[in-house]
Design a protein around this ligand. Structure first.
Ligand SMILES: Nc1nc2c(c(=O)[nH]1)N[C@@H](CN(C=O)c1ccc(C(=O)N[C@@H](CCC(=O)O)C(=O)O)cc1)CN2
Length: 287
């Protein structure tokens, strides 16, 4: 039997811990504040930002939100980020992706101070991750590592295939895993013989945005499959893995929904708490 990894439950436990810590420190100290910026009306982004804002409030944090029209200019988005960067009550700033066509995400993200980069996506945070220095890590990759830890999967010496090259997931995840002593191979949707890369792996993480890319031909019996993909289909939400076909082959698999998705939000709260605690200690992000 293939075990379903209960991401939603693990995320709830993290969220509860964060909320308890906020309640403990808020009376004397400052309430952590997280600002979300949504540009345009992408329906999936609407759902994700609404879920983030709900989680922020449930954790006892301050919810600051800016919704700009799809016609907003690069300068208008930059002005919102700059104002939040200067606001002492805001400890984290998140620019929801993707942005509408015509806006360039990288220069906007890089206006977020590294101390408030709770999404871990600035060049400065990426540099810290590459060097193995302390800092705020991207939420989905750190959520994946938390899931593997919660399942008791030993990463040191494990053979892990990361399928996907995105800046949001694949590339930072490969680095996080390397820092944990895993042997990491990065592949993607155009890898010529994908099965040759994934079949030897103890853990396969798939984050390509290609529905059903990974099937039984890609997975060693007993291996763990972490499915980061989310596709809205007439049959409901589906991932990048053909989960039904992997039943009885994979040792463990994350479901979609209820797997990696909720971890992204839990790690965002954990990062915001961390940013607020560093701020309260008057520490820059410690090296
Ligand atoms: N600035 C960012 N933009 C985006 C990120 C990110 O980490 N930072 N990640 C993704 C989307 N995302 C968060 O924004 C996200 C995706 C999925 C979920 C989630 O809880 N999914 C549920 C299903 C919910 C549904 O779709 O109905 C699940 O898998 O169980 C949360 C957050 C892109 N943009």
């Amino acid at each position: 039997m293939t075990r379903r990894i209960k991401g939603a439950e693990i995320a709830r436990a993290i969220t509860t811990r964060v909320a308890a810590r906020v309640a403990e420190t808020a009376p004397g100290g400052r309430v952590p504040g997280l600002a979300t910026i949504l540009v345009g009306d992408d329906p999936a982004s609407d759902v994700y930002v609404a879920a983030k804002r709900r989680a922020i409030r449930e954790a006892g944090m301050r919810d600051v939100h800016h919704h700009l029209p799809a016609t907003a200019t690069q300068d208008q988005v930059a002005a919102v980020i700059d104002a939040l960067a200067a606001d002492e009550d805001v400890h984290g700033i998140l620019l929801q992706l993707p942005l509408p066509a015509g806006l360039h995400p990288a220069p906007l993200i890089d206006r977020i101070p590294v101390t408030k980069d709770v999404d871990g996506l600035t060049t400065a945070s990426a540099g810290r991750l590459a060097r193995g220095e302390r800092g705020l890590r991207p939420c989905t990759p750190s959520g994946v590592v938390e899931l593997l830890d919660a399942e008791g999967i030993e990463l040191r010496g494990a053979c892990v295939a990361v399928v996907g090259w995105s800046e949001l997931v694949g590339r930072p995840l490969a680095q996080l895993l390397l820092h944990r002593g895993a042997t990491v191979t990065v592949a993607h949707q155009y890898t010529a013989d994908l099965a040759a890369v994934t079949r030897p792996a103890d853990v396969v993480v798939v984050a390509t945005g290609v529905r059903g890319l990974i099937g039984p031909e890609h997975i060693k019996p007993g291996a763990t499959v972490i499915d980061v993909g989310i596709h809205r289909t007439p049959e409901g939400l589906r991932g990048d893995a053909r989960t039904d076909e992997l039943d009885g082959i994979a040792g463990r698999i994350t479901p979609v929904p209820g797997g990696v998705g909720p971890m992204t939000i839990a790690m965002l709260l954990a990062n915001t708490l961390q940013a607020a605690e560093w701020d309260a200690e008057h520490e820059a992000v410690p090296a």
